[in-house]
Design a protein around this ligand. Sequence first.
Ligand SMILES: [Zn+2]
Length: 384
Amino acid sequence: MKKLPNFDAMLSHLVSEPSVSSVSPDIDRSNLRVLEHLANWLDGLGFATELMPLPNRPDKANLMATLGSGPGGLVLAGHTDTVPCDEALWESDPFAIKETDTRYYGLGSCDMKGFFPVALQAAAAIDAKKLVAPITLIATSDEESSMAGGRYLLEQGRPKADYAIIGEPTGLKPIFAHKGVAMLTISVQGASGHSSDPSLGSNALDAMHAIMQELINLRLRLSQTFNNPHFDVAEPTLNLGCLHAGDNPNRICGHAELQFDLRLLPGMDADIICGDIEKIVAVVGERHGVVAKFMPIYPPIPAFETPQSSALLQTLSNCSGQTGGTVAFGTEAHFYQSLGMETIVFGPGSIDQAHQPNEYLPKEQVEAAQQALITAIQRFCMQP
Ligand SMILES: [Zn+2]
């Protein structure tokens, strides 16, 4: 083994650097300190490291680190940010690792700072002189909020490789597909007035009610048209999440805002469906004499699907003894796939513990994850 702090020390350093990402600027934090630690350790292993600052965000960056050279190879990818946490609900300090016999507790321990020391140890365990294709480690920013880090990789057209493992917590089950997620909002501006005479205004709730009925009709059409039996919920979903409108029973409702999410199957085009929703909103708005606007809360996360004949899927499946599957959460997989990589989501820990108080990484999966990464590196970077 080359010079590298032990797993516990690396995980402790990463968790103790707060790197919450959020669409609320008051709780959003820089991820640069996490990247500094990673870059130091990667330097020690002989990786060539490159910081990729995000445009107009001096406090955010991605890190790209490469060992070996040439085309092809394997990307080991993760995000450095975490979701915010409610410290009062934690039984220990979320920004310090609490270790028990079987678990590491801490914010980001499983989602997904814990993947980095696993990947570093795997890279340290191989003989770099025998690499015939590069190992690239990618650490992104803002996966939990805007996906700005992943989007920036795609814009830059890097990294290039044949295969990518995204180390999100899947309990070491190799994941070959997930749905896309879009968070959307519709606002209706009507005109308020005395409720006794409807002609004195334009009722925003009446218009929104008609829009919601159209969305429910759209949901039915989508579920009758699209189906993918690899998913537990085999059809696309559209959830009406929250509605805020009006202020008093005796006033014509002047303003209404609806937020909803749309989870599309691989192969469905979010732009086309969002275009359909935009038309619905325009038509109903005109009919009701209100100003109705449709917009995404942030750019949609596309679905992804890798064919089940994938060599990487087979390799990871053999290592973990688990067959491939699908998950209901979104990841950066689409970006790596769009860069030309056969992509599988595979990592230690469970999504059930992620985004929760007392998030933890089970120790028993750390060694197994490391072994699987070593096998993948041998297969895709060391065999001529
Ligand atoms: Zn994650």
